[in-house]
Design a protein around this ligand. Structure first.
Ligand SMILES: [Zn+2]
Length: 424
């Protein structure tokens, strides 16, 4: 079902020396050490199961400006049982259809063009091309997720993207007009081979669109809960520009998007002398430097702010317990896992955590077996307070919860600091 780790990459099993996965430099500084945490999407089968923990330590390369956590977990372990479906969020679905409509409106496609999406998930994006008669191919390593998109009629290859797969695709189909890689580069252990694969498939007219949460938002937006083992890399514009040029591509434009709490869309094309570079590339790189993104002292201050946020959240939960509040969590995904494990939450503080995914319900969130329940269970439990962990879609979730629980339930977010979500 999944590929082997490419042997060319110095993959570190355990706690050995750390290399930059963008440029192989050893010149990294410590940005945030969250201690030892479980793998975010590994849920417990019983409330008393043991869980294995691994270091979760964000470091930033001073040479190419890539952020990363060390390579302690293999992709096979993380993605063998992947449960995330993009189509579960209406926000993501609209974002995907808007993207396709914009490209069509620009006149990007002619009749023989084809589109490649890497990490095409359940077909949430590529399905928008089907009524337009534009050929699409998806690459999605999680077989269970790939199968959903095949049912929609999308040709989907169940492999990790690599330079080897890129050569195969090029021989079979020629250069694609558009390559889309959304929220995948963070998950790639061998980033150099991934970028080489993009370069192989990038013809003179190919445009590559890469969306990824930006490292700047972890620092500026206090989004430390987006750091987890599944996210090996944390991209900055500066890193994307450097890695692209080293591998025959050019970063030609950056768009700043609101989705996922602040993502960048990087447009890459073939590196050619005199090719046009949009002013956004220089502007965003300057912003990153001015924000202190590559300054170790800035991150030292950040670490102490993170401690304060975690302590405040824990104190709030304890106060709620003393006052007999019935506090639940919403969204048993990676963001919740990072924050709940960092403060060692137990079920006396957070009674249960709600998730719409049937596969997660009846499992338990580490470290102390907080039960994952259905929304119906939550509604029946008459909660007084709910903490929404996926703050990037909190408005959508708040509307849903209030429509079922009325206006008296109090809704909260712990990021960027503990705050109540007002009803409109
Ligand atoms: Zn580097």
């Amino acid at each position: 079902m999944v590929n082997e780790i490419p042997s060319s990459f110095p993959f570190i099993e355990g706690r050995g020396e750390v290399f930059c996965r963008g440029c192989l430099s050893r010149n990294l500084f410590s940005a945030l050490d969250l201690g030892e945490l479980p793998i975010a999407n590994e849920l417990l089968l019983t409330s008393v199961s043991e869980i294995e923990k691994f270091p979760l330590h964000l470091r930033i390369c001073l040479d190419c400006h890539l952020g990363q956590v060390a390579d302690v977990i293999t992709p096979e372990r993380i993605f063998r049982d992947y449960r995330y479906l993009s189509s579960m969020s209406s926000t993501f679905l609209k974002h995907a259809s808007d993207f396709v409509n914009e490209r069509v409106h620009e006149g990007m496609f002619t009749p023989n063009d084809w589109v490649l999406e890497i990490a095409s998930n359940d077909g949430y994006l590529l399905k928008n091309f089907l009524p337009l008669d534009i050929k699409v191919i998806g690459v999605e390593p999680a077989e269970n997720v790939a199968e959903i998109s095949r049912v929609l009629g999308i040709e989907t290859i169940s492999e990790f993207f690599s330079s080897e797969l890129a050569i195969e695709l090029l021989h079979k189909h020629g250069y694609p007009k558009l390559i889309i890689a959304n929220n995948v580069m963070a998950h790639v252990p061998d980033l150099i081979d991934f970028i080489k694969g993009l370069a192989i498939l990038c013809g003179p007219e190919t445009q590559i669109s890469i969306e990824n949460p930006s490292l700047a938002n972890i620092l500026i937006g206090m989004q430390f809960d987006t750091i987890y083992h599944e996210h090996y890399s944390y991209l900055s514009t500066s890193a994307v520009s450097t890695l692209s040029e080293k591998n025959g591509l050019r970063l030609s434009k950056v768009e700043e998007l609101a989705i996922h709490g602040g993502s960048n869309r990087y447009w890459l094309s073939k590196l050619a002398p005199g090719s046009f570079i949009h002013p956004s590339v220089d502007r965003v790189q300057k912003f990153e430097i001015d924000s202190g993104l590559f300054n170790p002292i800035e991150w030292e201050n950040y670490s102490s702010k993170v401690s304060t946020i975690l302590n405040d959240f824990l104190a709030w939960l304890r106060l709620g317990r003393e006052n007999n509040r019935r506090i639940y969590g919403y969204g048993a995904a990676a963001k919740a896992s990072t924050i709940l494990n960092a403060i060692d939450v137990d079920p006396t503080l957070l009674l249960a955590i709600v998730d719409v995914s049937l596969e997660k319900q009846q499992r338990f969130m580490p470290p102390h077996g907080t039960k994952i329940v259905s929304p119906q269970d939550l509604f029946a439990a008459d909660p007084t307070d709910i903490v929404i962990f996926p703050w990037n879609i909190k408005a959508e979730i708040a509307t849903y919860l209030r429509s079922n629980l009325g206006e008296n339930v109090r809704l909260w977010c712990a990021i960027p600091n503990m705050h109540e979500i007002p009803s409109k």
